[in-house]
Ligand binder design. Structure first.
Ligand SMILES: [Zn+2]
Ligand SMILES: [Zn+2]
Ligand SMILES: [Zn+2]
Length: 162
C-alpha cells in the first residue's frame, strides 16, 4: 500500500514533484513509443501545478494565461491532450469534481482511492488492495463486470483539521 498524502497535504518543495512527474512521464512515453508533444507536456505540467484537481476549463484558462496572447490555446487541442494523458495513465479523472489530477505512480496497474479535502481542495492518491478486493467481491456477488473503479472519499486533510 502506498500514498502521496505526505506531499499532497503538507507544505513541501513542489518543484521536485513536478520534475519527478515530468521524468516519469518522459520515460513512460519513450517505453511505449508514444509522443509527449509540447502541447501534451504543457497540459501535463498545468495539471501538475498543484495537488488540487483541475477542471478542463481551468486547464485551458491557466494555459491561456501562461502563453502569449498572440498564440491562442484551442480548447479541443487541450481536451485531446487530456484524453491522451488519461489513456497513458499519467493523470486520473475525479468524477465527483469533474477534474483531473496527476498520477504519482504511473506505469503500474492500480486502482485508485482518492482522499479529497473539501477545504483546500487537495487530493491524495492511495492504493489499498483490500478495498479493491472488497469491491471485486461485491461486484462478483452481483455478477457485475467491473471496468473501472475509482473510490473518492471527501473530508478534511490533516492541515485543514487544525
Ligand atoms: Zn508537490
Ligand atoms: Zn494513479
Ligand atoms: Zn485540506
Amino acid at each position: 500500500m502506498w500514498t502521496n498524502s505526505k506531499v499532497a497535504y503538507h507544505h513541501h518543495d513542489h518543484k521536485r514533484c513536478v520534475t519527478a512527474a515530468m521524468q516519469r512521464a518522459k520515460v513512460l512515453c519513450d517505453d511505449r513509443q508514444v509522443r509527449l508533444t509540447p502541447i501534451r507536456e504543457a497540459v501535463f505540467k498545468t495539471i501538475w501545478a498543484s495537488h488540487r484537481p483541475l477542471g478542463a476549463y481551468d486547464i485551458v484558462d491557466q494555459m491561456t494565461l501562461a502563453t502569449s496572447p498572440v498564440k491562442r490555446i484551442l480548447p479541443p487541442t487541450v481536451y485531446r491532450s487530456i484524453e491522451f494523458l488519461l489513456e497513458q495513465g499519467l493523470i486520473h479523472r475525479l468524477a465527483s469534481l469533474n477534474a483531473y489530477i496527476g498520477c504519482p505512480f504511473p506505469g503500474n496497474d492500480h486502482n485508485d482511492v482518492f482522499l479529497i479535502c473539501r477545504e483546500c481542495g487537495s487530493a491524495a492518491e492511495c492504493s489499498a488492495d483490500y478495498l479493491t478486493t472488497a469491491v471485486e467481491q461485491t461486484a462478483q456477488r452481483a455478477n457485475f463486470q467491473v471496468e473501472s473503479q475509482v473510490i473518492e472519499i471527501v473530508g478534511l486533510c490533516p492541515e485543514c483539521q487544525a
